[in-house]
Ligand binder design. Structure first.
Ligand code: 5GP
Ligand code: MN
Length: 345
């Protein structure tokens, strides 16, 4: 179970002596903004693992995250940079190591990224997205890993820590693998993913309870909001086999939509027969945030990069725009015409 050996440039093993030195290093763990289950699960899973070797790491998230993640062990110790800027800066300034999980470019974590960049701490990047920008000193990167949580397991394996994985760690890691693979459905789910997952179950992760904690935790508002979007906002552009939902700032307010509530909405469009591209555009006031999900040959990440200052995976990507919602919608409708050879067939 050691695909890591075949990965180029991964020098993660070199941090073992730092972690095991007599004088324990000060460790910060951070992840991308609006953390999902993979981002928070990998951060808390790693922090609990480091605790087992006597290191008290601090998890700092650039922003808040959804309530559906608040069952994770250690969640109550997470520092939210948005609300604790001074404290976060102080902690980073004293850090020897900053782990950056589930993202690979510091610009992805906005203002907090600059603080991390300027700190004298060594940076460790553990991630599975394309095109790492190379800011790190140590890396464990693979775009064939299903999730960053799977990579944390590889990390444990590489540093000979798997025997330290307990039920709490296993539950955090299981959550991220389950959600990033959409319940072991995506093609990123490999035999290794299943072997890792099997081990996490043996360590005590309860698949049914984790599923319920994450997916059966929506507010009534959120459920009505999804219904509203599917009934009244869904546009089907048959010529390009594309599904589109645009959500205005007023609608977010009307349904009292919180961080994480629009998660998953973009997948509905893709479940319609024949649809090859599904897009969600949400007016988050500061910017228009876009989510892209595709099937087949449509390069969602290339598209997001080219038109919407974004990126991501081949079939699941995101981006954003400062233009008004109507203009973003128009730009999108124009942009897909460039891909008619892939979308229109
Ligand atoms: P989501 O649609 O769930 O927000 O994002 C799907 C994937 O797209 C994420 O895993 C992430 O890799 C990527 N992504 C989302 N938003 C952005 C963005 O603004 N810039 C870049 N480079 N990637 C993004
Ligand atoms: Mn991920």
């Amino acid at each position: 179970m050691r695909p890591i050996k075949t990965l180029l440039l991964n020098n993660i093993i070199d941090i073992k002596p730092i972690l095991e030195a007599k004088k324990k290093p000060n460790v910060v763990i951070t992840t991308h903004h609006k953390p999902d289950a993979d981002a928070l699960g990998s951060s808390l899973g790693l922090s609990l693992l480091l605790k087992q070797i006597g290191i008290d790491a601090t998890v700092i998230t650039p922003t808040d995250y959804g309530d559906f993640l608040k069952w994770m062990s250690g969640e109550d110790t997470v520092i939210n940079f948005e609300f604790n800027q001074k404290k976060s800066k102080e902690i980073v300034s004293k850090a020897d190591l900053v782990f950056c999980l589930d993202f690979n470019a510091l610009k992805r974590i906005n203002e907090f990224g600059e603080i991390v960049r300027l700190s004298s701490a060594k940076k460790v990047m553990i991630d599975h997205h394309l095109q790492p920008d190379g800011f790190e000193d140590y890396r464990l990167w693979s775009n064939i890993a299903s999730s960053t949580c799977e990579l944390i397991y590889w990390f444990a394996e590489e540093l000979s820590y798997t025997h330290l994985i307990n039920k709490d760690i296993a539950s955090c890691l299981y959550a991220g693998i389950m959600t990033d693979t959409a319940g072991f459905k995506h093609s990123s789910t490999t035999p290794t993913t299943h072997r890792v997952t099997a081990h996490l179950l043996e360590k005590g992760a309860k698949s049914n309870l984790i599923f319920e904690a994450i997916y059966d935790h929506y507010s009534e508002n959120r459920t009505r909001f999804i219904g509203f979007c599917l009934n009244e906002k869904l546009q089907i552009i048959r010529e390009y086999n594309t599904a589109l939902v645009c959500v205005t700032a007023d609608e977010l307010k009307r349904f009292n939509i919180k961080v994480g509530d629009s998660e998953g909405l973009v997948n509905y469009g893709l479940s319609i027969e024949g649809i090859k591209l599904s897009v969600l555009i949400v007016d988050r006031t500061v910017a228009r945030k876009m989510s892209f999900r595709a099937k087949g040959d449509f390069p969602a990440n290339e598209f997001a990069r080219k038109y919407f200052n974004g990126g991501g995976h081949f079939s699941a990507a995101g981006g954003e725009s400062k233009e008004p919602l109507e203009e973003v919608e128009a730009t999108f409708k124009q942009a897909i015409t460039e891909y008619s050879n892939i979308l229109s067939q």
